[in-house]
Design a protein around this ligand. Sequence first.
Ligand code: HEM
Length: 141
Amino acid sequence: MSDAPLASTVIAIGLIPVAFFFAHALLSGLRGWRYHRITGLVAVSWDLSMSIGYMVYRAVGGEVGGHALQLSGLVRAYFMVHGLVALIVILFEVAMLVTGLWQWRRGSPIAWHRRLAKPLFFLWWVAFLSGELFYLVAYVI
Ligand code: HEM
């Protein structure tokens, strides 16, 4: 265990409310509840700004853990899977945003918005939980 870097803590805590917005977005989309557009927009823009913000932070040299984290082969593989799923989630979210705004504007459904909803929801949970699990194991337990 080592001290958690601030950036990781911000992401680990900051993503928790997105779970609520995603759950509402999926259920409200499927069941025709009110506020779907709001919770969908909040979920996607919140998640995108956090994940893209984190990637930019790392790309410009932001340190996370530095050498405190010993990345063994297995942990590296875990991170690669986590990162790959997170990347797919970003692409799905952009597609959800585009199709959502598009069908909002034209006032009739776009099949891909519905088709992508459940896979995105599932993959979002995989990315979220695998990230939280790593945070807990590396910095909390
Ligand atoms: C990114 C922002 C989003 C926008 C602007 C948006 C917009 C819309 C709009 C305009 C509709 C038509 C029904 C309505 O007006 O309530 C809709 C339906 C739907 N949305 Fe979204 N949405 C977004 C995000 C999401 C997310 C994140 C999910 C699921 C994880 C989702 C799942 C659905 C589903 C399942 C439907 C029903 C589709 C159908 O029956 O054809 N949406 N959305």
